[in-house]
Design a protein around this ligand. Structure first.
Ligand code: DOR
Ligand code: ZN
Length: 365
């Protein structure tokens, strides 16, 4: 990471960093949607990141390699034609169902453009109805994934009306994740968008060789706790899944992200929804962070006094996990005090940009 200093108001003797340049980050978990939203919003992700793991929870979901191939082409077609983002690379995933065959997994592996298979326990989140009702239905697919080294990307929550929504991640570890890793010891797993101390401890302390277990952490879970969503009126734009937890969990997430532990890496889970579907009697889950993701993460790392750890988390540990080269391109963030922009209009649809109440300190050049 290169830094460049400028004198502060405190005098010429004290310096603070004015610019940081580091390897271009990748987003290891993002929803870029389809159709007009994809066209309008993909440039945001493409401007910030070199590559991204693309979530398959479209309607209908991306369950075959052939579907992933045409979705990939639509994403490539939506890239900006000039300026930053023209070389953005989508890394595709398949949506695991009770019926995913081992042949489909082998096809995905052979394709060269599918980098993971996503487990949505049925009913846990947006467009997860076609997801897995019982992981025991997926044995053949999981064996094929183990054999071909294709990672399983996990939405780590149980769907059980008897389990409180704030506890669903912790219960998932005991009921699903631990038995799964025991039964498939060669299966590579990413525990996506972790939100609890239990998930952090599980990932950090697991007996796993490098490249076998990782976890993504979102900017919104690093920045806010559940009060943001529930105090002073209900705030639908802070409703996401897994739902925000109490402050102690947020603090632990920041510690994990800045720890320099290679199992924790960046995944925004940026998930745009039309404004009217968030501000609704039954509002959709998701925060739209793609527009300013790096600035949001930089804010967290700086406030924790760990800007020097941002590059590992954002740019190194993800590609290392996926066995991909680290980026040779760079990004530069410039010190500047600015407030997050107003909402955007994307092909006639309003999308609310994720905001926090204070000014940000870094801006992507
Ligand atoms: O908040 C979320 N939104 N969490 C998810 O797991 C899915 C995502 C979406 O697709 O809207
Ligand atoms: Zn997601």
């Amino acid at each position: 990471m290169n830094t460049c200093h400028q004198p502060t108001e405190a005098g010429l003797d004290s310096f603070r960093i004015a610019k940081i340049t580091f390897a271009r980050p990748d987003d290891w978990h993002v929803h870029v949607r389809d159709g007009s939203l994809l066209k309008a919003l993909l440039p945001h992700t493409a401007r910030q990141f070199g590559r991204a793991i693309i979530m398959p929870n479209l309607k209908p979901p991306v369950i075959t390699t052939a579907q992933a191939e045409s979705y990939r082409q639509r994403i490539l077609d939506a890239r900006p034609t000039q300026g930053p983002g023209t070389t953005f690379e989508p890394l595709m995933t398949l949506y695991l169902t009770d019926n995913t065959s081992s042949d489909e997994i082998l096809r995905a592996h052979k394709s060269g453009f599918v980098y993971g298979v996503k487990l949505y326990p049925a009913g846990t989140t947006t467009n997860s109805d076609a997801g897995v009702t019982d992981i025991r239905h997926c044995t053949a697919a999981l064996e094929a994934m183990q054999q071909t080294n294709l990672p399983l990307l996990v939405h780590g929550e149980v769907m059980d009306p008897l389990i409180d929504v704030f506890d669903r991640e912790e219960v998932f570890i005991d009921r699903v994740l631990e038995p799964l890793r025991r039964d498939f010891p060669g299966l590579r797993v990413v525990f996506e968008h972790i939100t609890t101390r239990s998930a952090i401890a599980y990932v950090r302390d697991a007996d796993a060789a490098p490249g076998m277990l990782g976890a993504t952490i979102t900017a919104h879970h690093l920045l806010l706790n559940r009060n943001a969503m529930l105090v002073g009126g209900i705030q639908p734009h802070y409703y996401c899944l897994p739902v925000f937890k109490r402050e102690a969990h947020r603090v632990a997430l920041v510690e994990a992200a800045i720890s320099g532990h290679p199992r924790f890496f960046l995944g925004t889970d940026s998930a745009p929804h039309p404004k009217n579907l968030k501000e609704n009697q039954c509002g959709c889950a998701g925060c739209y962070t793609a527009l300013n993701a790096l600035e949001l993460y930089a804010q967290v790392f700086e406030e924790a006094g760990a800007l020097n750890r941002l590059e590992g988390f954002a740019s190194f540990f993800g590609p290392d996990f996926y066995g991909l080269p680290r980026s040779t391109d760079t990004v530069t963030l410039e010190r500047s005090s600015w407030t997050l922009p107003e909402d955007i209009e994307a092909s006639g649809v309003n999308v609310v940009v994720f905001k926090i109440s204070k000014a940000l300190s870094w801006k992507l050049c």
